[in-house]
Design a protein around this ligand. Structure first.
Ligand code: ADP
Ligand code: MG
Length: 509
């Protein structure tokens, strides 16, 4: 018998069906992933299980018994706990105080020392390493998340719902989190892991239920599926993240960087005299571990960061000291690493964001007034072509999902018909469908004989897109390689070991 069974669940928001005839069950002690793209209906389904939303049709059984999940307190009494994407802790209180906040039995009866002892007990058992007397605002996000989990465990939950738990964590914190999740499942806890990350499903889950557009596509054992099958289920068609064949011949260099030196915010040289060029019809990838100067390099090219020495040319013209505006006029387009801070004005509608930087062009302004009809028409075309959802040009950029925000930026930049496209971490945080879309557009630009400079810490991305690859380490290039260079060589270069030192066998003693 399943510990949780949701049968034929329907949930409407107005006329919109967010969950349609969902069947979903969880076994004791399993890690069950709920996989789907943004907007697939995962959080809605779990909010129903946790009693936050009332479903319109269907039944929920816990241990075989039908339950009317009217509110979270009912869910908690049935052993269900949920950790949301946004934590609900009080910063000024301690870990222990937060954990026991609102728990009746803790109110007057139990001593502070006793409460702390209970926290420590769970802490040790699951290797959480949380200091019970620390104040919330003083501890990192990864630890705060563990406090949320402890809070749920203290309420005797046996079924834990984690909503995209790794979204806010560093890679190390992610590993720690999943170690604890594994430990919990070994103790018989059931974990429902909401995610859109394939790697988490493949590495940690026992079973996976894939959702798309409000429906369940299938539930399968992780051991019996693979990345391609899951991607197909998520997106509803074959997904091709494989290497794209190169466009053909390369033309003249459109971006030339020579001897460039740039300092970081602390005043240290982080780009140390690098030279390279990107030619027509070429994607040049810059690989490297985060923090090796690649971000500053990108900013210097765009004009967001002062250049200490060296020279940058666009179309053969020197732009080393030029304004951002002038570089745009020279045909540079830019997909920034931080789309929220640098790429969009979140309070503005999609249509305004799509003409950002071109407000003064004759097309959209007569010098005094904006040409609203032209702006709208232009936006409608791009929204359609770039498949932005919702396809509503008045929608505020801040309300879009990450993938759709990135599509708006991409649409605007491609629409300017640049010669040189600089893309920095263009798919970070995006789901697989949006990732594929963005990558395909970059390849299209390359095939249109543009020069594309791709800066990414995602090695798979670099390998699958780039015609040539430079590996950056500590402000310089360790070497130039190709997509079929063995991964070990990449690892060595990314760690700062020069290729020359790699003996024939490919091993370093
Ligand atoms: P996921 O968690 O898979 O990303 P959600 O369950 O959050 O997806 O959302 C599914 C769909 O339901 C989305 O289109 C979303 O806009 C819509 N939706 C979710 N919550 C609400 C709500 N409270 N009111 C209206 N629409 C909602
Ligand atoms: Mg969600």
């Amino acid at each position: 018998m399943s510990i949780v069974e949701m049968r034929h669940i329907y949930k409407y928001f107005g006329n919109f069906c967010a969950n349609e005839d969902i069947n979903f069950s969880v076994e004791e002690g399993e890690i069950h992933a709920l996989l789907g793209e943004n907007g697939a209906g995962k959080s809605t389904l779990m909010n129903i299980l946790y009693g936050l939303y009332m479903h319109d049709k269907g039944t929920i059984l816990i241990n075989g018994e039908e339950v009317n999940m009217g509110s979270p307190s009912v869910a908690i009494s049935k052993g269900i706990g949920m950790v949301h994407q946004h934590f609900m802790l009080i910063p000024q209180l301690t870990v222990t105080e937060n954990i026991f906040l609102g728990m009746k039995e803790a109110g007057f009866v139990l001593h502070r020392k006793e409460l702390q002892r209970r926290v420590e007990e769970l802490n040790t058992k699951f290797g959480f390493n949380v200091k019970s007397d620390a104040l919330i605002w003083q501890i990192p996000v990864g630890v705060q998340q563990k406090v949320e989990i402890l809070k749920v465990l203290m309420r005797r939950a046996r079924i834990l719902i984690l909503d995209e738990p790794s979204a806010v964590l560093t890679p190390d914190e992610v590993v720690e989190l999943f170690d604890s999740v594994k430990a919990l499942s070994r103790e018989g806890y059931s974990i429902i892991l909401i995610t859109h990350k394939m790697s988490e499903v493949l590495n940690y889950a026992d079973r996976v239920t894939v959702m798309r557009q409000g429906r369940v596509v299938d539930t399968v054992r992780v051991a019996e599926t693979d990345e391609n099958a899951l991607a197909r289920m998520m997106v509803g068609r074959n997904v091709d993240l494989e290497r794209q064949i190169t466009g053909g011949e390369f033309g003249a260099p459109l971006l030339e960087v020579s001897n460039l030196t740039v300092k970081n915010n602390k005043g240290f040289e982080t780009v140390k005299g690098v030279s390279f060029s990107v030619r027509e019809g070429e994607i040049l990838g810059i690989a490297g571990v985060d923090g090796n100067g690649q971000l500053e390099l990108g900013e210097a090219i765009v004009g967001l960061r002062r250049i200490e020495h060296g020279e940058i040319k666009l179309n053969g013209n020197v732009v080393t000291r030029s304004t951002i505006r002038h570089r745009l006029d020279e045909g540079l387009a830019h997909i920034p690493d931080d789309r929220l801070k640098k790429g969009l004005v979140l309070q503005f509608p999609i249509k305004e964001n799509l003409i950002m930087g071109m407000q003064r062009s004759d097309k959209y302004s007569n010098g005094i007034f904006m040409k609203q009809a032209a702006i709208e028409e232009h936006a409608k075309q791009l929204v359609e072509e770039f498949d932005v959802r919702p396809a509503d040009v008045e929608y505020l950029a801040g309300g879009l999902s990450g993938g759709n925000q990135q599509k708006v930026i991409l649409a605007r930049e491609v629409d300017r018909q640049p010669n040189v496209m600089l893309a920095i971490q263009p798919t970070r945080g995006l789901d697989i469908g949006a990732t594929e879309f963005v990558r395909r557009k970059l390849v299209e630009e390359r095939n249109k004989k543009k020069a594309v400079l791709l800066i990414s810490t995602d090695l798979d991305e670099i390998i699958s897109l780039s015609d040539r690859i430079l590996v950056m380490y500590n402000g310089t290039f360790m070497g130039e390689v190709k997509y079929d260079t063995p991964l070990e060589t990449f690892s060595l270069l990314m760690a700062g070991c020069p290729v020359k030192e790699i003996p024939e066998s490919g091993k370093v003693v």
